[in-house]
Ligand binder design. Structure first.
Ligand code: ADP
Length: 192
């Protein structure tokens, strides 16, 4: 499955909880990039330039990283992608990777929240995490990119009939409950 949502929507938090509950591995492209930055790897050095500015890492880099991650053994029982795909090009690429592996998406979940709430949450989080991309100018830019590019991704899955929307406003447990209900009742591609 996929979990898609604007920065600050809580997708990482919910992805971890879904992963525990369903026993499928959660793969966050943002977390992988941050680990690479921390490790000072060539991929990390490349990604950092974009991340600090709140820009997307180029598809050529991100797609290859995801393809490699999806070839590992722990995805055999299913996986939850958090933060990928977020461009139309990434959707096409993922389609190919899944087709080659004979896999399909069961659930595409969009977590929603309005921009004012997101900015408030992210500025609050900045104090705790010290993430270099959690300052107001960069946050606004990440939100703009979500609206400009990732909403088109959401629209693609909506057209395919695989999209389920969940209201991300509320307590963490409350949202998890909504997410689990949504997964249970989600339209499965190809029918159940
Ligand atoms: P957020 O959703 O709050 O922006 P993430 O942790 O998901 O946080 O991503 C952090 C940063 O990592 C993004 O701003 C971007 O630079 C990079 N990144 C993560 N996923 C992708 C992706 N699918 N495509 C391009 N860049 C990505």
């Amino acid at each position: 499955m996929l979990i898609i949502g604007p920065p600050g929507s809580g997708k990482g938090t919910q992805a971890e909880r879904i992963s525990e509950r369903l026993g499928v591995v959660a793969i966050s492209t943002g977390d992988i990039f941050r680990a690479q930055v921390k490790g000072g790897t060539p991929l990390g050095l490349e990604a950092r330039k974009y991340m600090d500015a709140g820009d997307f890492v180029p598809d050529s880099v991100t797609n290859e990283m995801v393809r490699s991650r999806l070839s590992e053994d722990d995805v055999e029982n299913g996986f939850l992608l958090d933060g990928y795909p977020r461009t139309a090009g990434q959707v096409d690429y993922l389609d190919e990777v899944l087709a080659q592996g004979g896999q399909q998406l069961d659930v595409v979940l969009q977590l929603t929240a309005d921009d004012d709430e997101l900015v408030t949450r992210l500025l609050g989080r900045a104090k705790d995490t010290g993430r270099s991309d959690d300052n107001e100018a960069v946050i606004r830019h990440r939100l703009d990119l979500y609206h400009e590019q990732t909403e088109a991704v959401v629209a693609k899955y909506a057209e395919r009939g695989t999209l389920t929307r969940v209201d991300g406003i509320g307590g963490i447990d409350e949202v998890t409950d909504r997410v689990l209900v949504a997964i249970d009742t989600a339209p499965v591609a190809g029918g159940r």
